[in-house]
Write a protein that binds this ligand. Structure first.
Ligand SMILES: *[C@@H]1O[C@H](CO)[C@@H](O)[C@H](O)[C@H]1NC(C)=O
Ligand SMILES: *[C@@H]1O[C@H](CO)[C@@H](O)[C@H](O)[C@H]1NC(C)=O
Ligand SMILES: *[C@@H]1O[C@H](CO)[C@@H](O)[C@H](O)[C@H]1NC(C)=O
Ligand SMILES: *[C@@H]1O[C@H](CO)[C@@H](O)[C@H](O)[C@H]1NC(C)=O
Ligand SMILES: *[C@@H]1O[C@H](CO)[C@@H](O)[C@H](O)[C@H]1NC(C)=O
Ligand SMILES: *[C@@H]1O[C@H](CO)[C@@H](O)[C@H](O)[C@H]1NC(C)=O
Ligand SMILES: *[C@@H]1O[C@H](CO)[C@@H](O)[C@H](O)[C@H]1NC(C)=O
Ligand SMILES: *[C@@H]1O[C@H](CO)[C@@H](O)[C@H](O)[C@H]1NC(C)=O
Ligand SMILES: *[C@@H]1O[C@H](CO)[C@@H](O)[C@H](O)[C@H]1NC(C)=O
Ligand SMILES: *[C@@H]1O[C@H](CO)[C@@H](O)[C@H](O)[C@H]1NC(C)=O
Ligand SMILES: *[C@@H]1O[C@H](CO)[C@@H](O)[C@H](O)[C@H]1NC(C)=O
Length: 472
């Protein structure tokens, strides 16, 4: 996965003045037969027959064009996670939010610019649970090449590390059953690094189950760490190695040193790793789930994923060294890592917006709601439809428009949100209390009915100048 980064000087200058390019890919989404965890081969949905799918590499300012060819048996969309999509909201990907899904046998072309962002983002299916296997990296290098990275030392090479969750199940059916029953899905069977769970799943006859990251002594690597898991924040460590964090979610951070990276689902961390101090050898890279829940509910799988960092010249059969173990509930370490993340302030470059148009106070919670008539597998043995889990923000839940309705964005452009969403998302929670003390949690707060609410005061024209509003 490593690719050479520093070009010879002449080439480098030629590249540094490169104009914005069009980076074009075709994503054939279809069946892939794969054997994981020493289980029998099974069919998953994947892009171009690979897990993870292809890495898209752009320079800031480039245009991305992706032709989605849906050869899978499922409706499909692709979300470009974290891309601003200014002026191209229809390319964002969430099914029934910004577009209708692409049906089996159909094609769709995504076209958008990657502007004002540098670092690492990623892409994934945004329908059902299909993102568990339909995902890949989006690498955004600076327009001016490696010399314009605002950190040093400059890396010799780069490495994409995608962390994932793996189920020994058809993830589409898994989500369907969860919806119909109002149940949460069971925990993942394993975690993966670049699609592979690693030891101790390496001793079956199937293809190698461990990802190997080949390094050379005295080289610096820019690790582009992406948590593609659906549910679980992860700790990442490499035995005998430290990291310097330089970016998160395609925004530069004030560099800081750490022996562990903590990354939440959907987030990315760019970190330098020097292959200098350690003796040439083999070292485990270990991804461990972070779960702060008290009492072990909802259940999660405490397994770890392992990859091997292998130095040129190391004996291939040498047993890799393990980093110190990480407790799954090590909140102190997660807090230390996350509270050290601060934006890098560069002269003349914007960091965060300094003026405020709208003030909102938003609380996020997991409560319960009524089992809906379409949820035909709800447990009704006691004669009533039971309460089921329902997430909410400011006590407002969310419901996707029915397939057959227009998507939310389409309804917006048509100037007719009726039957699709309302515009009354509350800008504050109904009750304000000490959210850090669970004793104040009340039944009233936990109950919410199904709804789809937009925020009526949002001013698109101010948020994205040049953005066309209103009906087409
Ligand atoms: C893909 O796999 C599904 C089973 O998961 C099967 O029903 C379908 O026919 C397969 N499609 C192709 C094109 O092989
Ligand atoms: C994307 O970039 C191209 C080339 O720079 C430009 O012509 C186009 O207007 C941009 N699109 C949007 C939506 O900004
Ligand atoms: C989708 O794209 C593929 C590859 O370009 C092409 O073979 C196929 O005919 C297209 N299907 C439709 C429905 O346009
Ligand atoms: C819901 O979850 C419970 C507990 O995990 C399980 O016993 C039950 O079978 C599930 N129901 C369905 C319909 O999956
Ligand atoms: C690997 O092989 C050993 C020895 O045969 C066995 O004890 C162990 O259970 C195997 N592990 C897996 C995950 O198959
Ligand atoms: C963390 O997990 C350990 C081991 O399961 C347990 O002994 C400890 O009480 C937990 N700590 C907290 C704060 O939940
Ligand atoms: C940031 O990291 C340093 C070094 O690990 C640590 O000493 C410090 O406490 C951290 N800061 C916070 C606010 O946790
Ligand atoms: C269904 O609900 C009844 C009554 O609340 C309970 O006794 C039973 O265990 C539940 N069954 C499942 C599969 O969750
Ligand atoms: C797939 O999408 C189409 C078009 O939006 C919709 O009519 C159909 O119900 C969807 N199929 C599934 C299984 O959701
Ligand atoms: C608005 O959309 C709804 C459902 O999508 C439809 O029933 C209604 O007729 C539409 N109203 C107008 C004025 O177009
Ligand atoms: C939360 O919303 C539900 C309806 O969805 C309502 O019954 C309940 O009273 C609300 N809770 C509060 C604290 O306002």
């Amino acid at each position: 996965m490593a690719w050479p980064w520093l070009l010879p000087l002449g080439l480098f200058f030629a590249a540094s003045v490169a104009q914005a390019a069009v980076v074009e890919h075709t994503f054939n989404v279809g069946n892939l037969s794969i054997s994981q965890l020493c289980e029998q081969a099974m069919i998953i949905t994947a892009v171009n027959g690979r897990l993870p799918g292809p890495t898209i590499k752009v320079r800031e300012g480039d245009t991305v064009v992706v032709h989605l060819v849906n050869e899978s048996p499922h409706n499909m969309t692709i979300h470009w996670h974290g891309v601003f999509q200014r002026g191209s909201p229809w390319a964002d990907g969430p099914s029934m939010v910004t577009q209708c899904p692409v049906m089996p046998g159909c094609n769709y072309t995504y076209r958008f610019n990657v502007t004002g962002q540098e670092g690492t983002l990623w892409w994934h299916a945004h329908i059902s649970f299909l993102r568990a296997t339909v995902y890949g990296a989006l690498v955004i290098r600076p327009r001016g090449g490696a010399a314009s990275y605002p950190f040093s030392p400059k890396p010799h090479r780069e490495e994409v590390l995608l962390l994932g969750e793996w189920w020994n199940a058809n993830v589409y059916d898994l989500e369907r059953t969860a919806f119909l029953s109002g149940n949460i899905t069971g925990p993942a069977n394993a975690y993966t690094i670049n699609g592979k769970p690693g030891d101790p799943y390496s001793n079956c006859s199937a293809a190698d189950q461990t990802y190997k990251f080949h390094v050379r002594r005295n080289e610096k690597y820019l690790l582009r760490i992406i948590n593609a898991a659906l549910n679980t924040p992860m700790f990442l460590r490499v035995a005998n190695h430290r990291f310097t964090v330089v970016a998160a979610d395609a925004a530069y951070t004030t560099p800081y040193e750490t022996d562990v990276v903590v990354v939440a689902p959907g987030q990315t961390v760019d970190a330098l790793m020097a292959a200098a101090g350690a003796a040439p050898g083999r070292y485990y890279m270990v991804a461990t789930p972070y779960d702060s829940a008290v009492g072990g509910t909802p259940p999660f799988n405490p397994a770890t994923a392992r990859a091997v960092v292998e130095y040129a010249g190391a004996a291939g059969d040498e047993t890799p060294q393990l980093p110190p173990p990480t407790q799954n509930n090590d909140t102190a370490t997660a807090f230390r890592f996350l509270s050290n993340l601060t934006a890098l302030v560069l002269p003349g470059k914007p960091t965060v917006p300094l003026s405020v148009d709208t003030r909102m106070f938003v609380t996020v919670g997991l409560g319960n709601g009524d089992c809906q008539p379409k949820q035909t597998l709800c447990n009704t043995t006691d004669g009533t439809r039971p309460r089921i889990f329902s997430s909410s923000m400011n006590n407002a839940s969310f419901l996707l428009p029915d397939a057959g309705s227009p998507s939310m964005l389409q309804a917006h452009y048509d100037g007719n949100a009726s039957g699709v969403y309302t515009r009354d998302f509350p800008d504050r929670p109904p009750v304000i209390f000490d959210y850090t003390a669970d004793a104040s949690d009340t039944d009233e707060l936990k109950y919410t009915t199904k709804s789809t609410k937009g925020f009526g005061n949002y001013d698109e024209a101010a948020a994205a100048p040049g953005f066309r509003t209103g009906p087409r």
